[in-house]
Design a protein around this ligand. Structure first.
Ligand code: SF4
Length: 187
């Protein structure tokens, strides 16, 4: 069974009982960038596709603003099934489902990992033995580039943040622009 099939049929944690679809990663398998979101939203869960709901619309706006096409990236989630009522992911769910993410990273082998939001960033930092700032200073990691072995890590805020805090749009656009800078770097 290939990885996507394993994810679609997965019942390794209780989230399988409340989801409609377990979401596989999607996008360019040769991408330099891998965007790692936290978990699917309602629309994504219903239709089985990534970033098609309101946060997908904001992601497209941010990518358009920095002149990057979705075709250039690979997108996936830390937790592949929707979290009921958008609750936070539990540690055991992250540990179990994170194994799929580890496999995706090995398969796609992107040059730049872009975790979006606290849980995805914490997972990627721990995986690469990077020190995580304490919560009050956590925002300082957004838009910074970290080196870990052969990978670059660019933590960004999740696009959904703009839905509730539009005043952050300018700062986020500036940080998302680092993708464009790194794209030139990679080439
Ligand atoms: S969240 Fe991950 S581990 Fe849990 S059932 Fe879904 S795919 Fe499996």
């Amino acid at each position: 069974m290939d990885l996507n099939e394993q994810i679609q049929k997965c019942h390794k944690c209780l989230l399988s009982e409340t989801r409609i679809n377990a979401l596989c990663g999607e996008g360019n398998p040769n991408a330099k960038f891998m965007l790692i979101a936290q978990a699917p939203g309602e629309k994504e869960d219903r239709e089985g596709k990534m970033f098609i709901g309101p946060s997908g619309k904001v992601l497209d706006e941010l990518l358009t603003a920095v002149n990057i096409n979705r075709k250039e990236i690979y997108m996936t989630n830390l937790v592949k099934c929707m979290l009921p009522k958008y609750r936070k992911p539990k540690q055991d769910e992250i540990e179990i489902c994170g194994k799929y993410l580890d496999e995706e990273i090995d398969l796609i082998n992107p040059e730049v990992l872009i975790p979006l939001g606290y849980y995805a960033i914490r997972y990627i930092f721990e995986k690469h033995d990077l020190p995580l700032p304490p919560k009050p200073e956590f925002h300082t990691v957004y838009g910074m580039v970290f080196l870990a072995g052969d990978k670059k890590i660019l933590p960004l805020r999740h696009p959904a943040v703009i839905l509730y805090n539009n005043y952050l749009r300018e700062e986020m656009t500036k940080n998302y622009h680092k993708m464009k800078v790194l794209l030139k770097d990679c080439k």
